[in-house]
Design a protein around this ligand. Structure first.
Ligand SMILES: [Ca+2]
Ligand SMILES: [Ca+2]
Ligand SMILES: [Ca+2]
Length: 176
């Protein structure tokens, strides 16, 4: 049951564990924020600061909700508990999704071009091939752009552990 969601949770954990030490902690989110900021060169300072704040807020929510033993890091076992109360992460994920998608649209025309989408997703840690497949699944326009709200909703769905059968499942490689 819900195997796509479980595979997604495993992938999300590995994406969050940027330094690969088997635990998700504040340093991982600082590193991720730095990588995303480094490719968001076309965005203004306010948009970039919002994204960095969203990454820190995401970590604070994880620490509050999932760091059961309060040691400053979240283990895979602790992380798995996120499926029990997905509603506690909704506001955090929404802010994360909206600030990330905003970086994808620095010119503010409401559309995201593929190269920047790929850059941002790669900065977060997704594989390029999977990211291209996801962009294709969004049904890009003739100019190879997708609407900002399409990506916002996809991000929210992706980080919702109780959801299955979504376009973001394309990001989970090797599950057929
Ligand atoms: Ca780590
Ligand atoms: Ca812990
Ligand atoms: Ca745009």
């Amino acid at each position: 049951m819900q195997t796509e969601a479980q595979a997604r949770i495993g992938l999300v954990f590995s994406l969050f564990d940027v330094n690969g030490n088997g635990r998700v902690e504040a340093d991982d989110f600082e590193a991720m924020a730095g990588r995303v900021d480094a490719v968001a060169t076309a965005s203004d300072d306010a948009a970039r600061a919002r994204m960095t704040a969203a990454f820190r807020g995401y970590w604070e929510t994880l620490a509050t909700e999932l760091d059961t033993d309060r040691d400053g890091s979240v283990t895979p076992d602790e992380f798995a508990a996120c499926v029990l109360s997905p509603e506690r992460f909704e506001d955090t994920v929404a802010e994360f999704a909206e600030s990330l998608a905003a970086l994808g649209d620095p010119d503010g025309d409401g559309r995201i071009e593929r190269p920047l989408f790929i850059d941002l997703m790669t900065a977060i840690g997704f594989e390029t091939a999977n990211t291209n497949a996801l962009f294709d699944a969004f049904g890009p326009s003739g100019a190879d752009e997708v609407e900002v709200p399409t990506w916002v909703e996809a991000i929210k769905d992706y980080y919702r552990p109780d959801k299955a059968g979504i376009s973001g499942d394309l990001l989970v490689g090797g599950t057929g």
